[in-house]
Design a protein around this ligand. Structure first.
Ligand SMILES: [Zn+2]
Length: 242
């Protein structure tokens, strides 16, 4: 069976909440988009609403050549907010992002989004979520929660910053759909004054590894899809099984 792979990017300020800079947006994300476009691959770029407002050209490029999705309004912890506040922030974020193109995919910052808030996600117009993560203990596959198709993330970005010879065996084993998570700031050299997971393997190393990862999956015959495409595929498979 053909393996399906999604390259997803949580588009936010540099290593939130530990840095205030946005070098990932200025230098990292354009490099990543260039790389994906060189291979004709559409990635999924989940922007916070505020970052999309500040970097409209990048949001426009994501909507036009890739998939534009949502990563909250300003990288908030949704599990610490009231239902009313969650509703307000989701609808404001989607309203901003929809100026660039129709947005249906979501991933909550810090992988924190309580199950009882999924109906709010649906009401705000989202249809696909990728907050549940296998590396955070999620053991089920793709399923639906309150009308939202859950496409779980496979692995954290720290894995894809390891030396290639160490990470390659993981890629061989990952089950389809393989959903990778990256961040724009990983593709710029981050300051060593930050905590180690904010700078380890960042910069050229991360970009070289992303190229290797793309070539690994091309050589293995994998198919690259966006979260939306995976969600639609799963939605259809579910309907035909009903
Ligand atoms: Zn984030």
């Amino acid at each position: 069976m053909v393996r399906v792979v999604a390259l997803t990017f949580d588009v936010e300020q540099d290593c939130p909440p530990f840095a205030e800079t946005k070098n990932g947006m200025r230098y990292g994300l354009p490099r990543v988009m260039d790389l994906l476009e060189e291979y004709g691959i559409r990635g999924t770029f989940l922007f916070t609403g505020r970052i999309a407002e500040e970097f409209p050209e990048l949001a426009r490029r994501a909507a036009k050549k890739h998939e534009l999705g949502c990563h909250g309004l300003q990288h908030e912890r949704f599990d610490r907010l009231s239902p009313n506040e969650v509703r307000k922030r989701l609808s404001e974020a989607r309203e901003i992002l929809n100026r660039f193109g129709e947005v249906t995919s979501f991933r909550a910052p810090n992988f924190q989004f309580p199950d009882e808030y999924y109906p709010l996600l649906y009401q705000a117009g989202f249809r696909i979520d990728s907050t549940k993560a296998r590396h955070k203990g999620w053991r089920k596959g793709v399923l639906q929660i309150s009308g939202i198709i859950e496409v779980p993330a496979t692995t954290t970005s720290i894995v894809t910053r390891l030396p290639w010879r160490l990470q390659e065996r993981f890629h061989r084993k990952f089950e389809s759909p393989v959903v990778y998570i990256f961040h724009p700031w990983e593709f710029v050299e981050m300051s060593r004054r930050l905590r180690p997971d904010c700078w380890f393997g960042t910069g050229k190393n991360a970009l070289d590894n992303l190229r290797r990862l793309i070539e690994f999956h091309i050589d293995s015959g994998s198919t690259f899809l966006t979260l939306q495409e995976i969600g639609e595929m799963m939605g259809k498979a579910k309907t035909s099984n009903d």
